[in-house]
Write a protein that binds this ligand. Structure first.
Ligand code: FES
Length: 117
């Protein structure tokens, strides 16, 4: 991994299987990166329920289902769309340049849950 401004080069896009997540630790932040086919998404890799590894979840459309108890998170907003609490995870901007997936770890954002409704 190398850093260019706030963008961190992760690895070749081809190293991410389609519709699967992979974990990466960036500056002490655990992030799950998902290959959605036409783009990539990156979210905090810790489910707010009991810390499940979201990178191991099943990708359904533009959401991921936590492998531990099935809470579902929108990969575009980070909001839980199926959970027993109104929670969300941090999302991070991604881009692909020269075939390399990059994540802006300093660009992470978390929505206010009133916005998720
Ligand atoms: S730890 Fe994710 S749903 Fe329970």
């Amino acid at each position: 991994m190398t850093r260019e401004n706030n963008w961190i080069r992760i690895t070749k896009a081809e190293n991410f299987p389609l519709r699967e997540g992979r974990p990466v630790s960036l500056g002490g932040v655990e992030i799950a990166i998902f290959n959605l086919g036409d783009r990539f998404a990156a979210i905090e890799n810790k489910c707010p329920h009991q810390g499940g590894p979201l990178c191991d979840g099943i990708v359904a459309g533009t959401a991921v289902v936590c492998p531990l108890h099935g809470w579902r998170f929108d990969l575009d907003t980070g909001a839980a769309t199926r959970a027993s609490l109104p929670v969300c995870v941090t999302i991070f901007p991604t881009r692909v340049e020269d075939g390399i997936v990059q994540v802006n770890v300093n660009g992470g954002s978390r929505i206010e849950m009133e916005d998720a409704a």
